[in-house]
Write a new protein. Structure first.
Length: 148
């Protein structure tokens, strides 16, 4: 059971790390497939801020799970959060490689918040595992499905 906590927690944190610090290749846009949309300027910093907010949402959602029934009730919210993480990852890939300076700036601005939220998530999952293994397992399955 302890091993399952490590796997679930590691999966969540690896997705978060990839979403925040991925260095995807910028691909040239194909003008023939683009549609006109209002220009929304995203930066590595704005996407990192969004990631912190989504992680906080995840932490709050997980904190409300106390039993199997509440885990099942949280599934739609966790699924939406997973979709948001996928969008964050896509945004970071579109932005391309992040410079060391940008990484340092983001770490200075959001690093402490990120660490606090990650710790809350890990503690919540650990508590859930010890108090209600069935709910913990259900959350793990939801998160694995969502994050894949």
């Amino acid at each position: 059971m302890k091993n399952q906590l490590k796997i679930t927690t590691a999966t969540i944190f690896s997705i978060l790390s990839i979403a925040l610090y991925s260095c995807g290749d910028k691909k040239a846009a194909d003008p023939a497939t683009q549609t006109e949309q209002p220009a929304v300027t995203k930066t590595h910093e704005s996407v990192a801020k969004e990631a912190v907010l989504v992680m906080s949402e995840m932490s709050s959602t997980l904190a409300q799970i106390t039993n199997l029934e509440s885990a099942k009730s949280a599934a739609p919210t966790l699924t939406k959060i997973g979709f948001k993480f996928k969008m964050i990852k896509t945004d970071m890939q579109k932005l391309g490689e992040i410079s060391k300076e940008q990484t340092a700036k983001i770490e200075a601005k959001y690093g402490e918040q990120m660490t606090e939220v990650k710790t809350k998530i890990a503690n919540t999952m650990e508590d859930l595992q010890s108090t209600n293994p069935d709910a913990f397992e259900a959350v793990g399955k939801i998160m694995k499905t969502v994050m894949d």
